[in-house]
Each structure stands twice: as C-alpha cells, then as structure tokens.
Design a binder for this molecule. Structure first.
Ligand code: ADP
Ligand code: MG
Length: 348
C-alpha cells in the first residue's frame, strides 16, 4: 500500500466515523459503544457496535475477517487460493467460504456478460496490481495471458467443495472478498444479538440494523478526486454501501497516463469507462462488492440497463460528464454535498 493510499484510507475511515457520530445528541447515550480497528485485506477497517454484547460480537467478527483474509489472499503462500492457483489444474479441495465465492462469482460473470471475471488474475498480476510492483506489459504478453482468461475454465463441484482450474487459469477474489467478509461479519454480529452496528471496511460499509436511537445510518460516498470530500450521503439501515473507482489504486507512467486496478476482461487493460465512481447499495454485501467492480467496467449505459433489469440493488454513479445517475429506490435517501450539488441528476 502506498503512502498516499494509507493517508486516504485513514481519512476515509475518519470521515465515516464523523458521519456516523453526527447528530450525536440524538444517539441513545445508554447504548454501550464498542469499537475494534484492524488492518486486513489490505485496508484499514473500523468496526463499531452498540449494546452489551457488542464487544464480544466485534471480536468474533474481527477474527472471522482475519481468517477469511488468510483463506482468500492471492499472494499469501499459505492461502487456499494460492494453493488452488499452484495446483497445476488438479482437482483441489476448498472450504465452503471459497466454494460459495467462486459460485457467486460465476453467476455474476454471467449476469454482467463477463465484466466481472475472477480468472483475470494472471493479467492483474502481470500489471503488478496485487503486489504494488507496477509495470506496463507488452500487448503480446497481454494477448498471451488473455488466452487463458475465462470463467468457463473454472470447474466447480459444489457437492464436495472441489474445484479445478483448466488451461492454466488462476483466480483472484479481490473484487468480491471484502463484501463477503462484511456479510459474514454482519451474520456473526447479529447472531450475538446486536441490533446496531456499522462496519467501515475501506470503500465498503456494512450497516447492521439502525443507529441505536432507531434512525438510519448516514453513510458518506467519497469524492473520487479528493478523499477528504464527499459526493454526498445516503441514509440506510441494514444495508451494504460499496464503492469502486479508478482513484482507489492506480499508478501513473512518465507521460502521466493513469492505470487503475480494475481491468476490462475483454482487453486486459484498465477498464476504459465513463464512470468515475460507482456505489452499490443493497442487503447483500457480497453481491454489492462484485457489482460495484462490474458496473465500473461496464460504464454508465450498460450499468443503467443492468440496474433497470435487476431491480434488487440501488446505485449512485458519478460519471465523467458531471452527472449523477441514481436509482429511484435510493433517490430520497441521497443528499449531494455542496460540491456536487451542481451536478445533473438522472433518476434510473
Ligand atoms: P477494492 O477491493 O480496491 O475496494 P474492488 O472491489 O472494485 O476494489 O476490487 C478491485 C479488485 O478486483 C482488483 O484489485 C482485482 O483484484 C480484482 N479485479 C479487477 N478487475 C476485475 C474484474 N473485471 N473482475 C473481477 N475482479 C476484478
Ligand atoms: Mg468490488
């Protein structure tokens, strides 16, 4: 993680904390507040819960997030994904967490016409996005690697939790894992009887229930061009709010061209998109995460079609022509910040 990314991660965590604690006079002061901060899945996370069982709940949730990081990391040689990617195509046993994520990724790959593809990993790796040792690969190298990209190279046997990767395919769950970690944490926290919690996991926010006083959480959507500013806020309860954008992780060449970490599976290059940032809001954090990555690749036109077809998710899209595309399900809960109040709003 670069110095800039660390600063921006700290700023965005503090921004959400400020937001979740504004209107503090209306928070029920009798609700006991617990907080755990951790660094996992390459980002700073801040987990907050209210009520007497909050501390135990957060501890268990944090243990699960760390365990998932160990299982799902693409670079850690001890991880299940590393073992699978090194298996040379052999049938490999995987945990139910990994099996679920592969299955869900395959479904989203179909729904998004291939915009979300976990078999992009060899290409992402070549660009250095998973290690931070960035380089621009030659077109010939990208073509060679793209030949083995394609979700039909994943043979998943869900009955026994086995998987094999054909044609030297390798996978990376980086576009969906954090959302899943948020969903697992949500289940664990709720099982401990907590009815009010907010988990800020670097670009992914998972809310549990409402604020202690019964009102909605106000979650900030970060300004893509300035991590200390907000595009606006959305008021939600029991929902995940997940943002993807090119500004999160990128490098620049000597000519000033910017290459970001979300790639288009069709080209093997950073997705050329008219979207600056996309926030997906819904009750399933896993899907919201995969979708935020997918819609970024798809661009506004295809994203709008997608959101109209699959009405179970809301979204706020910031496009590069000073327009905010907002689904009707969230329009009344969205409030633009002063800086974005001049943007055209298109309701979808
Ligand atoms: P972040 O995890 O940084 O918040 P995203 O959820 O958008 O952002 O995920 C980006 C990550 O997803 C990349 O770092 C890479 O591991 C993976 N990825 C990049 N492009 C794609 C794609 N088209 N389909 C699936 N995964 C992708
Ligand atoms: Mg994602």
């Amino acid at each position: 993680m670069t110095y800039k990314n660390i600063i921006s991660a700290i700023l965005s965590v503090s921004l959400i904390i400020i937001l979740s604690s504004c209107n503090s006079q209306s928070i029920d002061n009798t609700a006991q507040e617990s907080e755990i901060d951790l660094f996992a899945m390459d980002t700073y996370m801040s987990l907050k819960a209210y009520g007497t069982t909050g501390e135990t709940a957060l501890q268990k949730a944090s243990d699960k997030i760390k365990a998932l990081e160990t299982t799902l990391s693409v670079t850690n040689e001890e991880s299940e994904i590393f073992r699978l990617n090194s298996a040379g195509g052999k049938k490999t046993e995987i945990s139910s967490d990994t099996a679920f994520l592969i299955e869900r990724s395959l479904e989203i790959n179909k729904e998004t016409n291939g915009a979300f593809d976990i078999t992009l990993y060899p290409v992402t790796k070549e660009w250095g996005f998973t290690t931070g040792s960035y380089k621009i690969p030659s077109q010939a190298r990208i073509d060679e690697l793209l030949a083995n990209v394609g979700s039909d190279n994943i043979l998943l046997d869900t009955d026994g939790n086995y998987v094999s990767l054909k044609n030297e395919a390798n996978i990376d769950l980086g576009g969906i894992a954090k959302g899943y970690a948020g969903s697992c944490a949500e289940d664990i926290i709720k099982a401990e009887g907590v009815t009010s919690a907010i988990l800020n996991m670097g670009g992914n926010v998972q809310t549990i229930g409402t604020k202690p006083d019964g009102s909605s959480w106000k979650v900030g959507i970060q300004d893509p061009s300035d991590s200390t500013q907000l595009v606006g806020t959305v008021e939600v309860a029991d929902k995940a709010v997940v943002t993807s954008g090119g500004y999160e992780r990128y490098f620049e060449d000597e000519l000033g061209n910017i290459y970001w970490h979300i790639l288009d599976p069709k080209t093997g290059y950073s997705a050329k998109t008219d979207i600056i940032s996309v926030t997906v809001i819904g009750s399933d954090g896993t899907t919201c995460d995969a979708l935020s990555t997918s819609l970024f690749v798809m661009g506004t036109e295809k994203s709008v079609d997608y959101l109209k077809t699959y009405r179970n998710h809301d979204a706020v899209i910031v496009s590069n022509d000073n327009t905010l595309y907002i689904t009707k399900g969230i329009i009344n809960e969205f409030k633009a910040s002063n800086e974005f109040s001049g943007y055209k709003i298109i309701t979808i």
